[in-house]
Structure formats: C-alpha cells, structure tokens
Design a protein around this ligand. Structure first.
Ligand code: GLU
Length: 300
C-alpha cells in the first residue's frame, strides 16, 4: 500500500437514495484523483440523514461499485445517521448564541408569498422575532447576517456572497426533525479532518452557508473545488430523481476510461479497456485539475 502523507484528506459523500450513476461516479473519481495525486487520504461518508429518501441496500451497492472501479477508501466509513447526538450538540451551541429560532411557516404559505413578491427568493423572516408555542411543529432556522462571505474555489475562482441577502435564514433542523445537510456536512468534515472538498458545482451555492456555520461553531475550514456536473440530453443534472441509469459494474473498464475523458484528462488510447487499476495508476500520475472544463455542465 502507498504511504499516505496525511496532509491532504479528501472525501466522497454519496446519499444512499439509489445506486451510483455516471454523475456521482464522476465526482467520486475526481475527488479520488485529487487526493491520491497528493498522496492524500480519501474518505467516504454516507449522507443517510434524509431517511425518507434512503433506499435499503443502496449504501452497500454504492460501496461495491466504488470497489469495482478500484476506488478504495481509507479509514472507516462515516454514516451520518450514527452522529445524531453530535449534530444536536451543535444545535445547542448555536442556540446558546441566540442564532436559532423556530419557524412554523408552511411551504404553501411561503410559495404564496414568493408568488406575490417577484424578486423575493429568500426566507422573509416571518418567524424571526415571533414567540412560537412549543405545541406547533416547527423547523429550526439559523439567523444569517448581512455580511459577505468569500472563498477561493480552485476551479471557479473567488466567490463572494452576502448571506442574508442571497440565502436568507436557512433551516438546520426540518419540521420532520431531520437534521439538515448544511449542518451535518460541516460537522462531519471537521470530524473526518477533511482538508479539501471536491464536489459538483450544484453544491457551490451551499458553500457560503457552510462556511458561516463553521465560523459560528468554531470549526475548521476547507479548500474547495466545485467541478461540472453531468447532464442528460435535455440539460438536467443526472440524479436519482431524474432516473439516471445505474452504473454497470461489469463495464467498469470502459466506463472509467470514459470518465477520464469527461474529466478532460486525455487518457492514452491504449488504456481503453485496460484494467481499472492500471487506468487509475496512469490517472493519478497524470491528474491535472486545471484541465477540468470551467463550465457548469457537461454531456456524456
Ligand atoms: N451527499 C451530497 C450529494 O450526494 C454530497 C454532499 C457534499 O459533497 O457535500 O449531493
């Protein structure tokens, strides 16, 4: 086994709402190559908090696919569903700073508001200063501040957003008591000591919210690289919701070759149909993230 420097720790964080499709495998390969090309660790986290969307057996199926592609991870896998206590103590910490408030707004009421207020697309803060009785079902929102949050994305350049104006107070615990992704992710990235996050550009929009939570919770920050997402012929991001086809593990060799091309790494023709291990050795040695296209979407 290759020695890992331990300085770089990357991760891949699939949601077990179905099998891996080409779009998620694209992100997995990119984050793997980015980590391994720096002799770094590559960790797995299973984002299984949204239990209504979890599909039984999907997490194992995803892991089997990663293995079939030679994408072996380090350390033990982190399952978000086993971390609930830690998320709740983070909520307590935010509550002590008076940054949380219960929100009883329904989706219907908010949609009605947005329909009547064109241009308004952030939460209108209806519940920010209300006394809400405990008998109501409520979500917990975090108060945002009118401050600019910036980060330097390795591929997309400098991003600056005003949190309150562009995102508004956002939910950390849903009405159905499920911890929101935005909160869980910052805690897990701290626990796994992640140094850089490589993920799809669809999550670029979440990053300043995550940095804000890191600041409020006193957590480490990471570097970021948001890469294009793969879209279908109609331009929709491949996802389980759009019924993207599951990866065929038997076609791993040709699929990996295709992915290296989609990552714009120009693998040599003789690697076509070569064992995945051999393709990955080449890809790790030649990985150049600067070759990734600076676009939002690519078609396979
Ligand atoms: N589980 C998320 C997804 O599948 C990824 C979260 C992340 O990389 O931060 O889109």
């Amino acid at each position: 086994m290759t020695a890992r420097s331990n300085n770089y720790i990357g991760r891949f964080a699939p949601s077990p709402s179905g099998p891996l499709h080409l779009g998620s495998l694209y992100a997995a390969v990119a984050s793997f190559l980015q980590a391994r090309s720096q002799q770094g660790k590559w960790l797995i986290r299973i984002d299984d908090l949204d239990s209504p969307r979890n599909v039984s057996g999907a997490a194992d199926d995803i892991l089997n696919t990663l293995e079939a592609f030679g994408l072996f991870w380090d350390d033990s896998i982190l399952y978000q569903s086993r971390q609930l206590e830690i998320y709740h103590s983070a909520l307590t910490k935010l509550k002590q700073q008076r940054l949380l408030y219960p929100c009883i707004c329904t989706r219907k009421a908010l949609n009605r508001y947005y329909a009547h207020n064109p241009g308004a697309n952030t939460y209108p803060e209806f519940c920010r200063n209300k006394q809400i009785s405990e008998d109501h079902e409520y979500a917990l929102r975090v108060k945002t501040e009118s401050i600019d949050i910036s980060f330097a994305d390795r591929l997309q350049g400098k991003i600056t957003e005003n949190l309150r104006q562009q995102h508004g107070d956002f939910i950390l615990k849903r009405k159905d008591k499920i911890i929101a992704y935005q909160l869980a992710v910052v805690i897990d990235d701290q626990i796994q000591q992640i140094t850089e996050i490589v993920r799809g550009i669809d999550l670029l929009d979440s990053t300043t919210r995550q940095i804000y939570l890191q600041q409020k919770l006193g957590l480490n920050s990471q570097k970021y690289m948001h890469i294009p997402v793969i879209v279908d012929q109609q331009g929709y991001k491949l996802s389980k919701q759009t019924f993207a086809t599951a990866i065929d593990r038997k076609a791993a060799k040709t699929t990996l070759f295709k992915l290296l091309n989609l990552l714009n790494q120009s693998p040599p023709a003789e690697l076509y149909n070569a064992p995945v291990e051999q393709q990955l050795v080449w890809a790790v040695a030649h990985w150049n993230p600067a070759h990734l296209k600076k676009v939002r979407a690519i078609k396979p």
